[in-house]
Ligand binder design. Structure first.
Ligand code: DSN
Length: 415
């Protein structure tokens, strides 16, 4: 870390240093996190943080935007190339703001839209009553089937026919299976609804060609850039060129003011990385590693939601061992294993407690972990959860974590 901060602001320096150490010494298994490359970090740390560039390349409200224009155009072109789309907007500060811009483009307050229930793996912005989406629009939620935890496509169709939504949102933050975009396309078409795929979690898999793409099926596609896509925190929107005018205006000035140009520079760098053949190899390992993790849980007697995974995440029901998601996540944290508690479909426990934990393979795969290491990670987690009150197990697990993290140092992810 740049130690100049140390001489200027010791409090922030100390906390940043500790965060570096935390990332170095723990097993990062939050499914929505990743480690960006040094090149992405450098772009993020650039002087573009100083620049206001309201507007779009060639049409700015401020002067001095020539370099911002070059960089934003590169990010746009690379985003289009990655997804094979004819339109991209790289300005959304987050996935939530990307979704908000799409909603503004196709809904009026009070209009009906459909989204996946948050408790079944959806997302806050897909209609949660505590989010703008649930407060502004009439929401009809669909979910997964109780018998197999797959999206209940028949229910989606029935609800769409009964409620005639103007927009259907597909995608989620805790859905471990392949999404059938074609099926959603047919349903949306049959009720004349627009279709938005929020692929925040699986965009890296789509770019790598290892999950079906919604491009050409859905009217709008949004994603964050910091999950499997391995870029800086932020969002983007993809669509067809005929939607350029409305989508651009809904992002700016509809939702946002000045774009974060340093973040857009970092997005451009990450997109170039994602266009390399090595990215496809990385994503293949991400999927294989999540599968290894899932297999360990199954062998050790845990219930894995949907019976396994097709992507980068695994949702585990820990209640079968008499513990809550909250306790499991906190105890793992004490042993330097970072996961999040997560509701499981039809969970009887409240969201602040939950019966499950969500784990993902993207970050540790970036760090270099392969099948053997993920097998060990899974065993360490199960050892700890099976013996929560045993101090000697905790010591052994911590030692195992240290061996793994020491073997894969993070020096090359730092400036
Ligand atoms: N908070 C993100 C996640 O963890 O999946 C979704 O926005």
């Amino acid at each position: 870390m740049n130690s100049f901060i140390e001489s200027q602001d010791t409090e922030v320096f100390e906390a940043l240093k500790k965060e570096d150490e935390r990332q170095e010494s723990s097993l990062e298994l939050i499914a929505s996190e990743n480690f960006v490359s040094r090149a992405v970090l450098e772009a993020y740390h650039s002087s573009l943080t100083n620049k206001y560039a309201e507007g779009y390349p060639g049409k700015r409200y401020y002067n001095g935007c020539e370099n911002a224009d070059t960089i934003e155009q590169l990010a746009i072109d690379r985003a289009k190339q990655m997804f094979g789309s004819t339109y991209a907007n790289v300005q959304p500060h987050s996935g939530a703001q990307a979704n908000m811009a799409v909603f503004l483009a196709c809904l009026n307050p009070g209009d009906t839209f459909m989204g996946m229930n948050l408790a079944h793996g959806g997302h806050l912005t897909h209609g949660s009553p505590v989010n703008f989406s649930g407060r502004t629009y009439k929401v009809v939620s669909y979910g997964v089937r109780q018998d197999n935890h797959r999206i209940d496509y028949e229910e989606v169709e029935k609800l769409a026919k009964a409620n005639k939504p103007k927009l259907i949102v597909v995608g989620g933050s805790a859905y471990p299976r392949i999404i059938d975009f074609n099926r959603f396309g047919e349903i949306a078409k049959s009720v004349d609804a627009k279709l938005l795929a929020d692929v925040a979690h699986i965009s890296g898999l789509i770019v790598a060609g290892l999950h079906p793409s919604p491009i050409g099926i859905c009217d709008f596609v949004t994603t964050t850039t910091h999950k499997t896509l391995r870029g800086p925190r932020g969002g983007i929107i993809l669509s067809q060129s005929e939607n350029e005018k409305i989508l651009n205006s809904r992002v700016f000035p509809g939702v946002q003011g000045g774009p974060l140009m340093h973040v857009i520079a970092a997005k451009a760098v990450a997109f170039k990385e994602a266009l390399q053949p090595s990215f496809k190899e990385y994503i293949a390992r991400v999927i294989e590693n999540a599968n290894t993790l899932s297999e360990v849980f199954l062998k050790r007697g845990y219930r894995v939601i949907s019976g396994g995974t097709d992507n980068h995440l695994v949702l585990v029901d820990v209640s079968v061992k008499g513990i809550t998601g909250l306790d499991a996540a906190n105890k793992l944290d004490e042993a330097h294993i970072t996961v999040n508690k997560n509701g499981i479909p039809f969970d009887e426990k409240p969201p602040a407690v939950t019966s499950g934990i969500r784990l993902g393979s993207p970050a540790l795969t970036t760090r270099g972990f392969g099948k053997l290491e993920f097998e060990r990670v899974g065993q360490l987690i199960c050892d700890l959860l099976d013996n929560l009150s045993d101090e000697s197990t905790k010591i052994k697990v911590k030692q195992g974590v240290k061996e793994l993290t020491d073997k894969y140092p993070m020096a090359h992810f730092k400036l």
